[in-house]
Design a protein around this ligand. Structure first.
Ligand code: SF4
Ligand code: SF4
Length: 173
């Protein structure tokens, strides 16, 4: 299920981003409600708003895809600087009900998760989803729950589940 969601994230972002944009521009839904909604989903799922629901995130993503070079590669990081939903839900990545969890026992150390993660690719010396003594990007402020790491893991050693479930969460060592 997580893999299907991750592979279709862009379509979900298009649908939800347009719905939220229409709600604000056409039906005059207050931005305070959008902020409250972003925080609410952050409490449950962590920082999912930016890459799954945000109209501005959608624009950024389309610009990145259309860009002929790396000009817009890190646009998420820039637009998030001014967004309170990103601040709050990024903070909630450490405390949300659903988190990315790591099963040390079944992990084969193939490294595919790290290759799929845009945070790890930015700083390979700092972040790793499976290597000990490295920072777990999934609880970092900047993880926008793209779930590419979970989708790429060939044997289900990474999962996105409520924290009460059986897998051990890899924390900073
Ligand atoms: S969801 Fe996984 S792949 Fe995506 S940014 Fe977070 S840790 Fe990296
Ligand atoms: S992709 Fe899965 S099996 Fe491979 S290193 Fe990451 S967690 Fe371990």
């Amino acid at each position: 299920m997580t893999r299907i969601l991750s592979k279709n994230r862009i379509y979900i972002l298009i649908i939800l981003g347009i719905m939220i944009y229409a709600g604000v521009s056409r039906y005059h839904i207050s931005l305070w409600w959008v902020l409250g909604f972003g925080v609410f989903v952050g409490i449950i799922w962590g920082k999912v708003f930016c890459r799954w629901m945000c109209p501005i995130g959608l624009m950024m993503e389309l610009m990145m895809k259309l860009s002929p070079d790396d000009t817009f590669k890190n646009m998420y990081q820039y637009h998030k600087i001014g967004c309170p939903i990103a601040w709050i839900s990024g903070f909630l990545n450490k405390f949300s009900f659903y988190r990315i969890q790591f099963n040390q026992v079944s992990c084969k150390n193939c490294g595919l998760c790290d290759k799929a993660c845009y945070l790890t690719s930015i700083d390979q010396k700092k972040f790793s989803l499976y290597q000990p003594k490295m920072v777990n990007p999934a609880i970092n402020y900047s993880c926008s729950k793209c779930l590419s790491c979970v989708a790429e893991c060939p044997n289900g050693s990474l999962s996105y589940k409520p924290v009460l479930s059986s897998f051990k969460i890899k924390n900073n060592h």
